[in-house]
Design a protein around this ligand. Structure first.
Ligand SMILES: [Zn+2]
Length: 586
């Protein structure tokens, strides 16, 4: 038996004090802390926050030797109980690590729980008693003996399960609903007083019911309860999926408001649609990546990178379905859905890296590329989320155009055949073939392993959706991404490969000060300052120096495309319209 006693009372120092007890230690007992958290593919070195490690046995200190950045060796007598004490500094507001202050606590087991090597398969217990007075506990860890506030003793069957149930602590809002007869709970920290919890519950219930029906028809989902842990903050957006819960972070202004009017069917704000999309995304992961998962993840290795080439499937297809389920559960209308899809299209087409890196490579390299964004990221990489979603769309529309199958059918087929378990790319290829009645090897080679453009314009026309390119902004014509405000002016964050900005000699970090002698506050003003001329001197600041560069602005026709707009055709052909309706309705 492995037991962790957590003391979360030292809130001002942001320290969790952990006492780990190993009932029957090895004579040479190794202890290690994960370097990453499943679902977020970056080595984060959680051990950098661990300190003051001491080991005791029978009331005496025993020697501890650190073997590497995250592993310790304790020499024991091999007979009596071993106790390890240590502190974990927790001041990370993300969903991936641990946090503790006077208002709130949150932790993932990968940040707090040293693994007693050799005992991974034994039951692990967590005692959560020592908390500030009026705090509650919310977690899907199995409660063994807890009070009304959730304080007490919890248990997991093994280490993998232990670290797959994040824990929220504090004075949070909580609400509940059922979907397909399964209890679901929402815990919200940090919301403003006008937050409309009832609307959040009602809208989430529709998403959950639609997804359960998608995977199982009228049957039950593969979990007995589900918990959403939402941390509302000033800035931030993201989530991390777990087997029976998800940790979410979102701007508090994106939460629904009580005074939105008596009409609760009022159009959701853009921010709230983003939040609902996040909820939909993480919930879909309860099937796609937490159960249906890459064969490489059969046994997580917490000590190093765990590579897979399939994140385009597990993250990309999940991204394809997240917004689609907002439509399918009636939370947004078709026009709004096409707008969200167009946003993804615009984003991928504005990323030159799509011509260099395939989504399979992007998946494999997530550890050093996707999670390490820098100024060169759009030139060298493509997001397996965004392009992966478009690959999902391309497969779905191709299957539907063939008159047999759909991506829905492929996912359910994979679920059934793997019994909601491990799959690889060959399984995916076989499911496409079985669903569509032909091999999809060419599409997999071109869309997943290749870097050419996806034939989406033509596929969308096949379901009577019209594709329009909007006018390019100055940034798009120049091929730069900028951060701008009246206060700071215009600062270059990215220079796109082969662009007019690159030819002019602009670099990331440059401040664009003035064009033709006029102070530049907004990049779009450049068109007016040029006054019809194609070229003018641009004053920039770089590393304290002021330089002049000749800026040539390509015409709207020469530069990169503007934003894509997608619209349902006004007078569609009957068969195309039928496919459109079948696609959106699922
Ligand atoms: Zn995801």
């Amino acid at each position: 038996m492995i037991t962790y006693r957590i003391d979360a009372t030292d809130v001002r120092a942001h320290l969790y004090r952990v006492t780990l007890t190993v009932a029957a230690p090895a004579t040479e007992q190794r202890l290690s802390l994960p370097v990453w958290i499943p679902g977020s593919y970056l080595v984060r070195e959680f051990a950098r926050h661990l300190s003051s490690l001491v080991a005791r046995q029978g009331g005496h200190a025993v020697p501890v030797r650190q073997l590497d950045k995250a592993t310790w060796l304790v020499s024991t007598d091999g007979r009596s109980e071993l106790t390890i004490g240590y502190d974990v500094y927790a001041f990370d507001t993300s969903v991936r690590a641990a946090f503790l202050d006077a208002d709130r606590g949150f932790f993932n087991g990968t940040s707090l729980f040293l693994k007693a090597e050799g005992a991974e398969s034994e039951p692990h217990r967590v005692a959560l008693q020592a908390l500030p007075d009026d705090w509650q506990v919310a977690t899907t860890l199995r409660a063994l003996d807890v009070d009304n506030a959730g304080r007490g003793l919890y248990e997991a069957s093994d280490y993998d399960e232990l670290v797959d149930h994040p824990v929220e602590l504090g004075r949070f809002w909580r609400g509940a609903f059922t979907a397909a007869g399964v209890p679901h709970e929402f815990v919200v920290a940090g919301a403003w007083p006008d937050f409309d919890g009832e609307r959040l519950l009602a809208d989430s219930a529709r998403i959950c019911a639609a997804q359960i029906a998608f995977w199982h028809g009228a049957a039950k989902p593969p979990f007995e309860r589900y918990l959403f842990l939402l941390n509302a903050v000033e800035e931030g957006h993201g989530g991390l999926e777990h087997r029976a819960s998800t940790a979410l972070i979102a701007p508090r202004r994106d939460l629904p408001r009580k005074d939105d009017g008596a009409d609760k069917q009022a159009e959701p704000s853009d921010g709230y649609v983003n939040l609902l999309g996040l909820i939909s995304h993480e919930y879909f992961h309860a099937w796609n990546v937490k159960r249906l998962m890459p064969r490489e993840f059969e046994r997580y290795d917490y000590a190093r990178e765990n590579y897979t080439s399939l994140l385009w499937f597990f993250e990309g297809f999940t991204s394809y379905y997240d917004d689609l389920f907002l439509l399918r559960s009636g939370l947004i209308d078709e026009a709004r859905y096409l707008k969200l899809l167009a946003r993804t299209l615009t984003n991928v087409l504005a990323t030159p890296g799509r011509l260099l890196q395939s989504v399979a490579q992007a998946s494999f390299d997530a550890w050093v590329k996707y999670y390490r964004h820098d100024e060169n990221t759009p030139n060298a990489t493509i997001s397996y989320y965004a392009k992966g979603a478009l690959v999902g769309l391309a497969f779905d529309l191709t299957l539907r155009a063939g008159g047999r199958g759909s991506l829905d059918d492929v996912l359910r087929r994979l679920w059934t055949q793997s019994r909601g378990g491990l799959i690889d790319e060959a399984d995916i290829a076989r499911a496409f073939e079985a669903s569509g009645g032909r091999s999809f090897a060419d599409e997999l080679a071109a869309w997943v392993h290749g870097t050419g453009e996806l034939p989406l314009r033509q596929l969308l026309e096949g379901v009577a959706v019209e594709w329009q390119s909007g006018p390019a902004s100055v940034a798009q014509r120049l091929g730069v991404r900028v951060a701008e405000s009246a206060l700071t002016g215009v600062k270059v964050t990215h220079v796109l490969r082969g662009s007019a900005a690159e030819r002019a000699g602009l670099a990331a970090g440059d401040e664009m000060l003035a064009l033709r002698g006029w102070r530049l506050r907004r990049l779009d003003d450049a068109v007016r300052l040029l006054g019809g001329d194609a070229e003018a001197p641009l004053l920039i600041a770089r590393d304290q120096r002021v330089l002049t560069l000749p800026l040539a602005l390509p015409s709207a026709a020469q530069g990169a495309a503007g934003a894509i707009a997608l619209k349902a055709a006004a007078k569609p052909a009957a068969d195309a319209h039928a496919r459109y309706k079948a696609w959106l309705a699922g």
